[in-house]
Ligand binder design. Structure first.
Ligand SMILES: [Zn+2]
Length: 469
């Protein structure tokens, strides 16, 4: 018998033990990034919590198969199948093709994920690499009478799926009454969604495929059902994503998957809530849509951001400020310093058992990371013997992934003063005050640090200059 691992389930609105479909195996599907721009720190809050869940389940002895998709086609600017394909918007912005944009930002996502010490999913599948499976799924739905065709595509008729919107507790009648104005005129019901969209007749899209219904591209929701079911089976154990996916994207995934198979699609749904910045929404227009590059340009370790995420339950909103990141960087530096003082080898005294039990209890209690980190902090300052502390840190790192035991030279922290200078320089650069930015740069360099600016207006990196002998 495995230890019980409790996790909140959006389906039932309750914290429930995870009960695998088969023995000690767990299948986990997480919605991946839409690769038309850099993922921001709000997106990464969700990804890091998913990575932490997978690591925690493995730590508890489950054999987890984790699949994530890469959305590289079909995600429109409105989640309700309206507007432009985000990849095409990105292509126009950068004067290139949708394919080039997808490649560029997929690589950038993978680099950021690695810097944040995310494990690689067992399968990372691009939407454009499984067009065939998506077409097959639409054919299955068509054969069962769930689809209809209008001028811009093939749609799913949500009125034929009686439990539509159950997870999101959607007020279908209210939606019908309220959405008449904004709705695509030919759609039968406001909640109906596109399975296959036709290409425009007056031009060729960068990304389009032929299908039994005409040339076009898959609707955004379709890829997740097709990828999850073709890699993990008709039923999966845990499906994860951000809370913003509940009312539309995940609701539609459930409808099309369950309509096709007649089986429950995912048994457990985990959703991570939003990250706020300075108490408000993140947005491009407010200039606070920060990415990992913004974090490193200010001299912070990416893993300080990872530690910051652990400061709040995934189920509540979390507020990001540069000051809170500063606090977490200091905490991370201190924990690494404490870990560095522990002996490399030592006898396992068995004394780590009690603090490890506290750590495990925190994980199994709905992935309570604030409590898990508290167990770490308490243990490091406790009178526990150094060998036991070392054993404890080694174990918890399997889940926390904070680089607590990394080589000391790699852990060289950037001092506060230098970080503040780097932040001030970033501000000047944003404002176009190049002379002032250059003056600050010279101060940073005089203090023994170097700044490496990315080409093409990207963010800069800061690091300690190599010591000359
Ligand atoms: Zn998805």
């Amino acid at each position: 018998m495995k230890e019980v691992f409790n996790l909140y389930n959006t389906l039932t609105r309750q914290v429930e033990p995870i009960r695998p479909l088969q023995a000690d195996r767990l299948t986990v599907y997480t919605c991946g990034p839409t690769v038309y721009g850099d993922a921001h720190i709000g997106n990464f809050r969700t990804f890091i919590y998913e990575d932490t869940l997978v690591k925690a389940l493995r730590y508890f002895g489950y054999r987890v198969k984790w699949v994530m998709n890469i959305t590289d086609v079909g995600h429109l600017t409105s989640d309700r199948d309206e507007g432009e394909d985000k990849l095409e918007v990105g292509a126009r912005r950068e004067g290139t093709t949708a394919w080039a944009v997808a490649k560029k930002y997929e690589q950038s996502f993978l680099a950021d994920s690695a810097a944040l010490r995310m494990a690689k999913p067992d399968r990372l599948v691009r939407a454009t690499d499984c067009i065939e499976q998506q077409i097959t799924l639409v054919q299955e739905l068509e054969a069962k009478g769930y689809t209809y065709c209008i001028s811009d595509g093939i749609y799913f008729d949500t009125s034929k799926f009686p439990t539509y919107g159950q997870m999101a507790r959607l007020d279908i009648a209210g939606l019908q009454a309220g959405a008449r104005v904004a709705m695509q005129e030919e759609k039968k019901h406001p909640t109906d969604f596109a399975l296959w969209k036709f290409s425009p007749t007056d031009r060729t899209r960068d990304m389009e495929w032929s299908s039994p219904w005409g040339t076009g591209f898959p609707g955004w929701h379709l890829e997740c059902s097709a990828i999850a079911m073709s890699t993990l089976g008709k039923q999966i154990d845990i499906h994860c994503g951000g809370t913003d996916h509940i009312p539309v994207h995940h609701t539609n995934e459930i409808a099309q998957s369950e309509a096709a198979t007649g089986k429950q699609f995912a048994r457990h749904w985990m959703h991570t809530d939003h990250l706020l910045v300075n108490g408000g929404k993140m947005s491009k227009s407010l200039g606070n849509l920060y990415t990992l590059a913004d974090v490193t340009a200010r001299g912070f370790d990416p893993l300080a951001l990872r530690l910051l995420y652990y400061g709040a339950s995934y189920r509540s909103k979390q507020n990001f400020t540069w000051h809170s990141l500063e606090t977490n960087q200091k905490l991370l530096d201190r924990l690494r310093q404490q870990a560095a003082e522990l002996p490399e080898t030592g006898e396992d005294t068995g004394n780590a058992a009690a603090p490890l039990a506290a750590f495990r209890a925190a994980l199994a209690n709905d992935l309570n990371m604030p409590a898990a980190v508290a167990a770490l902090i308490e243990t490091m300052k406790s009178p526990l013997d150094p060998a036991a502390k070392r054993a404890f840190v080694t174990e918890v790192e399997r889940v926390l992934s904070l680089g607590l035991l990394q080589e000391p030279e790699k852990a060289t922290a950037i001092p506060d003063k230098i970080r503040q200078l780097a932040a001030a320089r970033e501000e000047r650069r944003r404002e176009g005050k190049w002379d002032e930015a250059d003056a600050i740069r010279r101060n940073i360099e005089a203090a023994g640090y170097e700044l490496r600016d990315a080409v093409g207006g990207g963010k800069s990196q800061i690091r300690k200059k190599a010591q000359s002998k």
